[in-house]
Design a protein around this ligand. Structure first.
Ligand SMILES: Nc1nc2c(ncn2[C@@H]2O[C@H](COP(=O)(O)OP(=O)(O)O)[C@@H](O)[C@H]2O)c(=O)[nH]1
Ligand SMILES: [Mg+2]
Ligand SMILES: [Zn+2]
Length: 355
């Protein structure tokens, strides 16, 4: 048995119910939480760095003694200390869609986690075709790897990092990971464990050791709508636009038809990228209008109270407001994750909202 001082730190890679698998020194220990942590209801997530104790190397069991502070976390699914989001697309089958690529890059940008782009199935297109796909993203500074799960690997990109794969289904995410480690047999492993806790349902992802790093295979990315986000902030998530965004005449410039727009006059934006930008601006603006209309509705409902029907109405308004306060928590969460992206808040503050 090792004492806390000598026991290696580890990373939580998987959780099923109240058993946490912690990877430490190339071994995976099935761990319980120390009673003290359970009593304090310490929230332990996949990707958390922890101190373990009472390591039983024969049965690979241990106890989690301490959870170390987190850095960059993915809110959904909750994975801590993520170094990069690897956006995976295929060169063909399914067809390469720059619009979808940009959506994933923007979604990644809305967290504070750096993104890389992998274009898989390079065996299906000509080198010229492939170059046309990857060059625009290389030019604006994203790490880009063109590969094929049939022939190539991604080792350099994944080494020494915690990565989360994201991308549409069918592009070869599982195949790429299986190629790096055939023991993974990831088809089955993709099934994540759902635990119902009251009204909350939490989906847990797993981290797999591959190519000298840890990788989560494409968790819950079926939901591709943007979280609440101000359209004026979108240009900051387009690196080639962000370079000039602070030089526009209007501080709230959307870089569309505004006068003296430094982005439009100076930035070198690929036409597809500018097209996706304008579409996403519209989408975010429409979402914002819906949110505002909904909160105005609640406000005006509150103002109509009073008179003979007041008691009855109050019941209804009460119900409305409850719905709204749940929404507000969601909005606050999204705002918090934006603030967190800007380094404005720490994780402990966020936990108050998520628990
Ligand atoms: N030609 C070709 N097919 C691939 C490649 N990678 C994966 N595939 C095929 O694409 C399909 C979807 O792969 P899968 O790994 O399940 O994609 P996922 O949904 O992103 O995990 C499977 O039939 C794979 O055999 C590749 O590099 N080249
Ligand atoms: Mg898959
Ligand atoms: Zn502008």
């Amino acid at each position: 048995m090792a004492s806390l001082e000598t026991s290696p730190g580890g990373v939580v890679v998987r959780r099923i119910s109240n058993v946490y698998w912690v990877r430490a020194a190339d071994l995976e220990y099935a761990c319980q939480l120390r009673a003290r942590l359970r009593k304090e209801q310490v929230d332990v997530r996949i990707g958390d760095r922890v101190k373990i104790a009472e390591c039983d190397d024969l049965n690979l069991a241990a106890v989690i003694e301490q959870v170390l502070p987190r850095t960059r976390s993915l809110p959904r699914p909750p994975i801590s200390n993520v170094d990069q989001i690897v956006v995976v697309f295929s060169a063909d089958q399914p067809v390469f869609s720059p619009l979808m690529v940009d959506r994933f890059l923007v979604l990644a940008g809305m967290t504070d986690i750096p993104a890389a782009l992998v274009v898989n199935k390079r065996d299906l297109v000509s080198p010229e075709c492939l170059a046309a796909m990857v060059e625009p993203y290389k030019a604006i500074g994203y790490p880009v790897v063109a590969t094929s799960a049939r022939t190539g690997a991604l080792s350099d990109l994944l080494c020494d990092r915690v990565s989360v794969f994201a991308g549409p289904s069918g592009v070869g995410k599982s195949s790429l990971l299986n190629r790096l480690d055939p023991r993974l047999a990831l088809k089955a492993a993709e099934v994540s464990h759902r635990l119902g806790r009251g009204r909350h349902t939490t989906t847990y992802a797993s981290l797999y050791p591959v190519a000298g790093g840890l990788v989560a295979d494409s968790p819950g990315y079926s939901h591709l709508a943007f979280p609440p986000f101000d359209p004026q902030g979108l240009a900051w998530l387009y690196p080639e636009m962000a370079l000039h965004a602070s030089d526009c005449r209007l501080s709230d410039c959307l870089h569309d038809t505004e006068p003296d727009c430094a982005v439009k006059s100076r930035a070198r934006i690929a036409p597809e990228r500018y097209e996706s930008y304008l579409r996403f601006v519209q989408e975010l603006a429409a979402q914002k209008r819906t949110r505002q209309a909904r909160s105005q509705k609640v406000e005006s409902a509150v103002k109509t109270t009073g008179g003979p029907q007041a008691g009855k109405r109050l019941v209804r308004i009460d119900a409305d407001q409850r719905v709204d306060s749940r929404r507000t928590v969601k909005q606050q969460l999204a705002e918090l994750s934006t603030q967190r992206a800007e380094g404005a808040i720490d994780e402990d503050h966020l936990d108050e909202f998520e628990s």
